[in-house]
Design a protein around this ligand. Structure first.
Ligand code: CP3
Length: 398
């Protein structure tokens, strides 16, 4: 397949830097300095003293099937093939930055890329989502897992590198990975699940084995994120724990946070200045946030910011603000199906509530889906920026 014809946004960058499939790796490894950062709003949202005109905006799953230009590529390529081709992954990452005036690009990849490289046989099937042919059934299966061959993840760092070059400092670049618990849930359930009974059985019955896999995933995820920053040029990292809310806060604190701590600490030892955002979806209980806030290394926070879903309580918000951490979120993406009037109203309510801290990044409560309309997404971005500026001006007057 001639994938080169799809490289529309990236084309100029490749010509300018004379990058070809043959020399890409070598170019990355010998590269010295990325273009100067013109828009640093997302990184600045982690420092209370940085200049501020408005809150930054980006959206989870901003690259994907609701974009016609993504569907055009996907019509010809399998999902993991798009992730594994650094040129295509960079092109898809850049697509929403051409459509909208967003302040960050998140690398086009998937949380399942890492377990795929650790021995899980994963495919993404239309309408079903991820399907794993060899799920973990009993603790004996743990032996089937192996650390990923570092070479097999280099394409992600290549894609980050190409994207960072092409962005020319116009917005920040975010790297990510899945949280150990969510990745483990896929490895045991064999795909998406409604009840999560298999992974719950593992956690409460095969507790030792579960903790062993969680720790292995934590260590490998940390290495993966460190490389995304050091090799690829990611400027912020986010950890997606999409199934965090499947277990009570008590169990999350006892069984899950210890492995996350390993991940955070390994990462911060190597990348102390790279902001880390945690997304523990549906696990916004104040008790859990307090546990995250307690985690430090060399007296510096391990978690710099929290992606919040729409059900966050005032008590949790206060704890985060008092802890000098960044808030990211939290508009219910379903609102974007609504009329312009309701979209504007809900954005206004969100900003009134969350922009009370300088450390704020506008985002959704979870990802965009294939049925979102490009024009409504554009309205979200434009309106959030407009209202954020207005709110800031009002604050100065008061
Ligand atoms: O723009 C971005 O946000 C970057 C890309 C991104 C993808 N997946 C691309 C993708 C990111 C950040 C993810 C993370 C991810 N993947 C999560 C955490 C966030 C969340 O949504 O809860 C999870 C749970 C997964 C696992 C996964 N991958 C699922 C459940 C699915 C199928 C669901 C679907 O949308 O079809 C995938 C496949 C996937 N990952 C797609 C995309 C664009 C769809 C594949 C396709 O186009 O056929």
């Amino acid at each position: 397949m001639d994938y080169q014809k799809h490289l529309k946004i990236l084309k100029e960058t490749l010509e300018q830097h004379k990058i070809t499939p043959e020399n890409l790796r070598e170019k990355r490894k010998s590269f010295k300095e990325f273009p100067k950062q013109i828009n640093n709003r997302v990184v600045d949202a982690f420092q209370s003293f940085a200049p501020f005109d408005r809150a930054p905006v980006w959206m989870m799953r901003q690259a994907g099937r609701y974009l016609p230009e993504y569907r055009e590529i996907k019509a010809e390529m399998d999902f993991f093939a798009t992730c594994q081709n650094p040129f295509i992954a960079a092109e898809i990452t850049l697509q929403p930055t051409k459509q909208f005036d967003i302040d960050a690009a998140i690398i086009f990849s998937d949380i399942l890329v890492l377990p795929k490289m650790m021995g899980m046989e994963i495919t993404i099937e239309e309408k079903k989502g991820p399907v794993i042919a060899n799920p973990l059934v009993t603790p004996d299966d743990i032996q089937k897992l192996h650390p990923p061959n570092p070479e097999h993840l280099e394409h992600v760092y290549d894609a980050l590198f190409l994207t960072r070059l092409a962005l020319q400092g116009k917005c920040n670049l975010i790297g990510f990975c899945g949280a150990p618990w969510t990745v483990f849930a896929y490895m045991v359930e064999g795909g998406s699940s409604k009840l999560f009974s298999k992974v719950k059985k593992w956690l409460y019955l095969y507790t030792e084995g579960s903790l062993q896999v969680l720790e292995l995933l934590a260590k490998e995820s940390a290495k993966y994120l460190i490389n995304q920053v050091k090799q690829g040029g990611a400027q912020v990292v986010q950890i997606f724990d999409s199934w965090a809310g499947q277990i009570p806060a008590l169990d999350y604190i006892e069984f899950i946070i210890p492995s996350l701590r390993i991940l955070f600490e390994d990462f911060k030892k190597e990348c102390p200045d790279t902001p880390l955002i945690m997304f523990a979806k549906d696990q916004n209980d104040k008790k859990v946030i307090i546990e995250f806030l307690k985690l430090t290394y060399n007296d510096k926070p391990l978690v710099d910011g929290f992606q919040l879903d729409s059900n966050v309580s005032d008590e949790t918000l206060i704890k985060i603000i008092e802890g000098n951490r960044t808030i990211q979120g939290n508009l219910e993406p379903g609102v974007l199906f609504g009329t312009p009037a309701i979209i504007k109203k809900r954005i206004s309510q969100m900003i009134e509530k969350l922009q009370t801290t300088r450390r704020y990044i506008v985002n959704l409560a979870h990802g965009l889906t294939p049925d979102h309309e490009v024009e409504k997404v554009r309205l979200f971005v434009q309106e959030s920026q407009r209202q954020s500026k207005l709110y800031k001006a009002k604050e100065i007057l008061e």
